[in-house]
Each structure stands twice: as structure tokens, then as C-alpha cells.
Design a binder for this molecule. Structure first.
Ligand code: CA
Length: 400
């Protein structure tokens, strides 16, 4: 199935063809939030088209909780609707132009976890923060490092990014000061949304990844490097991360990503058995792009990630921690080996030492008030097509 085989007559480069079918929550003027499916330049009103109250709840959680068999059944139905013109009468009256809808947070976020799974990113930050030690910590190649974040401040793309205030202390200063962050940064990441929970005390093995994870969304993990640098020892990220995490409004189903699966980079040394994925690895060839005020700054390659989302899920439950519908875990900053493949400003400007010169002649080390960051991504679909993940965007507003 390609975009061009739909009776909708979509252009081949739509990114939102019938091989994608991302889910989101939308509203129109005068009607409440409900589930929609992105198709071309439209949203299919799933609540109206199916008449199923499951799709009128205002989040994807109720549908996600129904599990992989129900996900597959609806996907099959949607594929039929968009490919066979006999369904035109069902579908067409329920298509709403995308430029006429407001998109909302697609999921009610249960728990939020953020990993640190790009070797290139971890080595870059290690060199900057710990120049006298090995770039990678001794545990890094044995387990996907992560921390539990703040679920309540995950917001939909477009939510204003208010510059956070907090304690900063430059190494040259004797004592900390309080004020607006002066090193406000992004982290271009890919997020994984849990549909089906698990029992407390029971680990979720690698092979059960597609039984629990519903889909994938873009993430911008806004980060304050000055707050972070002062607070993070010894317990890890706290207020430097928790002020806002933005996600794209579209959740691309895992089922759409068959053509995007790739082998991850070779692991050396081999991890412990519960993280061994040689027979069924979940590397994904997702190509990200980071734009500042419209200018392309970076193209981070997700296929370079050392740890896969299946390994991350296996690790975060291996102690018996249970999953809940709506759990979100992010990959960690996606950075590749190239200088234009880095997913954060701290890497792009090398800790502020190498300012980035923009097309308008201005320079940046970190974000200025008024800056707009847009992260987009695509992945291979069937027959040479590309699937779009939409975008996650945010505009920096002055500290309050
Ligand atoms: Ca992060």
C-alpha cells in the first residue's frame, strides 16, 4: 500500500499516507477533544466515523489499553477505509482539514522516564562535564541509563517555553545565585508510549515490547544546562529538566514502522542476558531534523542509538516495576557521529565555546528569548515512501 493507492489521491510525499495512520487528539471550534487519525492534510474524526465512545474520551489511553489485537483490528479497518472507494461515504464526511483543528496532548501521561542511550551524546557530554575522566561512565555499555522525570509537565507541541529560573553556580563563583537560566537548551528525542500495563513484580522481557508499546512520538526535552550542572550531583537531573517536556501531537503506531526496523550498532561488550536482542533487535531508522527559527541546524540519526526502545523497556521493568497505560519513556538525546548530527545546543556549540552562526548573521550558544525550535522526523515506509512523525515545536518566552 502506498499513498498513491488511496482514493484520497494523496501526493506521494505526504508523510501522512495510509501506511502511517498516526493517532492524535484534536478539537474544532465548538466541539470537545476527541481522537483523530492523520491522513494527508486532514484528520479523520474517529469518534464520529466509528461511533465508538472509546474515541471520544479526549485521550488515547482508553484505546491504547485495549491491546495489540484491538490496535491491529482498527488499523486493518482504517486501511480498508482509505484504500477502497466503497468506504468513501463513511470517511469523507468525517475528514476535517488539519489547518482547522487544534491538537491536544495525545495521552494522559502516567509515568515519564528519560533515557540516555546515544553513545555519541553521552561521550560528548562526558568530555565536556568530566574532561579528566573517561567519556563514558563504567556502567554505560552495560545498562540503558535513565531517570524518572516529571509526568505532569509533559505538554503538547506549541506550548510556550517559559525560561526557567533557579540556582546557578559557575565554577569560578564562590556561591550560587538565583535567576533566569542562561543556558537554555533542547534535547531532540524519540518517545515511546505504553499502551498495555504490566503487573507489579513481573519484568517485561525484550520480546514482549510490541505487546506493551503502542506507538512513537517526537520529544523535545527542554533542558537548563546551568541549573543542571549545579544540581545534578549526586542524584541526577531535577529542576533543570522538569519545567517542560514537549511532545508531538501525533503518535505513530509501532505497527507502521516495519520498514524502519534496522540492526542497532554492534554492542561491545555483550550486555547481560535480559538485554540480549541479537535475534530480534528493535533499532529504528528514524531521521530527525532540528530547526531554529526556520533554519536547519542538525539532522540527528536515531538509527545510531546504542540501546533500543525494547532494551529500555526490559531494563526499566527488570526490577519488577510495573507499567501503566500512558507511561512515556524517551530515548535520550539523539546525536550521531557528525557535527551536524547533534541533538542539543550544548553539543552543537560545544558547551558554549563554539558559537553557531546563523544565516541571518547572528550567533547562538544556547536559546534566546523569542527563538522557535521545531523538531521533525521521518522514517522509511513501504515501497520507498516516507512516514512523517509531525513536529514538536516551542517558542522561548522570557522568564516570569
Ligand atoms: Ca533527555
Amino acid at each position: 500500500m502506498t499513498a498513491s493507492t488511496s482514493w484520497l489521491g494523496l501526493p506521494p510525499d505526504t508523510g501522512f499516507g495510509p501506511a502511517n495512520l498516526p493517532y492524535g487528539i484534536f478539537s474544532t471550534s465548538g466541539s470537545g477533544p476527541r481522537t483523530g487519525v492523520g491522513i494527508g492534510d486532514h484528520v479523520l474524526d474517529l469518534a464520529a466515523a466509528t461511533g465508538d465512545p472509546l474515541h471520544a474520551t479526549g485521550t488515547l489511553n482508553a484505546f491504547m489499553a485495549t491491546g495489540p489485537a484491538a490496535w491491529a483490528a482498527l488499523r486493518t479497518r482504517l486501511t480498508e477505509w482509505f484504500s477502497d472507494p466503497v468506504h468513501r461515504r463513511t470517511v469523507e464526511p468525517n475528514l476535517v482539514p488539519r489547518d482547522q483543528v487544534t491538537m491536544h496532548l495525545p495521552i494522559e501521561v502516567a509515568d515519564y522516564v528519560d533515557f540516555y542511550s546515544s553513545q555519541h551524546h553521552a561521550e560528548n557530554l562526558g568530555r565536556m562535564f568530566r574532561p579528566d575522566s573517561a567519556a563514558l561512565t563504567p556502567n554505560w555499555k552495560h545498562l540503558p541509563i535513565g531517570y524518572h522525570g516529571r509526568a505532569g509537565t509533559v505538554a503538547v507541541s506549541g506550548t510556550p517555553v517559559v525560561r526557567p529560573c533557579g540556582q546557578r553556580k559557575d565554577p569560578t563563583e564562590d556561591a550560587p545565585t538565583f535567576g533566569p537560566s542562561q543556558r537554555l537548551d533542547i534535547e531532540a528525542e524519540v518517545g515511546f508510549v505504553v499502551g498495555v500495563g504490566s503487573d507489579l513484580g513481573a519484568a517485561v522481557p525484550l520480546r514482549r515490547f510490541p505487546d506493551h508499546v503502542f506507538g512513537v512520538c517526537l520529544v523535545n526535552d527542554w533542558s537548563s544546562r546551568d541549573l543542571q550542572a549545579w544540581e545534578y550531583v549526586p542524584l541526577g537531573p531535577f529542576l533543570g529538566k522538569s519545567f517542560l517536556t514537549s511532545i508531538a501531537p501525533w503518535v505513530v503506531p509501532l505497527a507502521a514502522l516495519g520498514a524502519a526496523r534496522v540492526a542497532p550498532p554492534p554492542r561491545d561488550p555483550q550486555p547481560l542476558r535480559y538485554l540480549r536482542d541479537d535475534d530480534d533487535p528493535w533499532g529504528l531508522d528514524i531521521a530527525l531534523e532540528v530547526r531554529l527559527n526556520g533554519e536547519l541546524l542538525s539532522s540527528p540519526p536515531f538509527r545510531e542509538m546504542y540501546w533500543t526502545p525494547a532494551q529500555q523497556l526490559a531494563h526499566l521493568t527488570v526490577n519488577g516495576a510495573s507499567l501503566r497505560t500512558g507511561d512515556l519513556y524517551a530515548s535520550g538525546t539523539v546525536s550521531g557521529p557528525g557535527t551536524h548530527e547533534r541533538g542539543s545546543f550544548i553539543e552543537l556549540s560545544w558547551g558554549g565555546a563554539e558559537p553557531i552562526t546563523l544565516a541571518d548573521g547572528t550567533t547562538r550558544t544556547f536559546l534566546d528569548d523569542g527563538d522557535v525550535v521545531v523538531i521533525t522526523a521521518t522514517a522509511p515506509g513501504p515501497d520507498g515512501s516516507r512516514l512523517s512523525f509531525g513536529e514538536v515545536t516551542g517558542r522561548v518566552e522570557p522568564a516570569r
